[in-house]
Write a protein that binds this ligand. Structure first.
Ligand code: 2NE
Length: 270
């Protein structure tokens, strides 16, 4: 595929192709573990995807054929979090989770190898997961002194159920792509050499669908788990749609024309 580079970064690749954006964690020497700078770059790329009207779907993946992401970079883990180049401890990957979740466009994890620890959480947070046959899934926090009690556990439990989610976290075992598919953790498993083809095929199908309908479905499904924040985001999109209606325009027009609004003209649907 002739991916076009959107912006150069040190830790990620950010490319696009016909309405599809691809964000690739590019630290293969550490199995695509992320450090604070990696996460900041991903946040910026996702923000660009949000603003860009020509992008309808985002793929998140890892460089190479060994790992999607092996979680937080243990080389920079210190007291209080993962230490950035200024010496500040951070856990900014949680901000990335929020970005992926509230992006009003589908995000597909294209899992090409190990998805472990915080790398596993990244695919859990994505809307869909397509994995290669060599992919391996699992949490590692309780083995290495960490945990993710946010989307990494609650949303995981929505995918696989409470018992299985507790097993995944308590035992820190690794699961094959087939096992992950059987437990509802991934949408499809394909041979590694077909992974990008399959993912692009899914993206192209999504791009044929109504972007507003997809946006509302993502918001509504998130809202069930996200409490007030989820309702706020769903309501924000309801407001967006209301602004597109004549009824909302009438209020604004009447204000500017210094007259009473005529809302009686609008139907009161059953
Ligand atoms: C991924 C796994 C199971 C692969 O094992 P294996 O045996 O196939 O490869 P190896 O030799 O362990 O790893 C290859 C290279 O990648 C580095 C390794 O150190 C090794 O480097 P060299 O020795 O060749 O120089 N590497 C792999 N993962 C790394 C990491 N996370 N940080 C830095 N370097 C890493 C195996 O590598 C593994 O178990 N990795 C560690 C997984 C892990 O514990 N991740 C952190 C969990 S906590 C977390 O991510 C987190 C959280 O819980 C909450 C919030 C935010 C983050």
């Amino acid at each position: 595929y002739n991916w076009i580079t959107e912006k150069e970064y040190s830790d990620i690749k950010f490319e696009s192709l016909d309405g599809i954006a691809k964000i690739t964690i590019n630290r293969p020497k550490v199995y695509n573990a992320f450090r604070p700078e990696t996460v900041l770059e991903m946040i910026e790329a996702f923000d660009i995807c949000r603003e860009r009207q020509d992008i309808g779907v985002v793929i998140l993946t890892g460089e190479g054929d060994k790992a999607f992401c092996s979680g937080g970079d243990q080389n920079v883990k210190g007291h209080g979090g993962y230490i950035d180049e200024q010496g500040v401890p951070r856990l900014n990957v949680l901000d990335l989770h929020k970005r992926i979740r509230s992006l009003p466009k589908p995000v597909i994890a294209m899992v090409n190898g190990y998805a472990i620890g915080g790398g596993h959480v990244l695919h859990v947070v994505c809307d869909l997961t397509i994995a290669s046959e060599n992919a391996i899934f699992g949490q590692a926090g309780p083995k290495v002194g960490s945990f993710d009690g946010g989307f990494g556990s609650s949303y995981l439990a929505r995918h696989v159920g409470q018992k299985k989610a507790r097993e995944i976290w308590f035992l820190c075992r690794q699961y094959s792509a087939k096992e992950a598919e059987d437990m509802g953790l991934v949408n499809k498993v394909v041979p590694l050499d077909k992974l990008e083809d399959e993912t692009i095929d899914w993206c192209r199908t999504i791009l044929k669908r109504s972007p507003m309908a997809i946006r509302m479905i993502k918001r509504a499904m998130n809202a069930e788990l996200d409490g007030q924040t989820g309702i706020m985001e769903l309501a924000g999109d309801a407001t967006l749609m209301f602004y597109l209606m004549e009824e909302a325009q009438e209020g604004r027009k009447a204000f500017l024309e210094k007259r009473d609004p005529d809302f009686k003209q609008f139907p009161k649907f059953p």
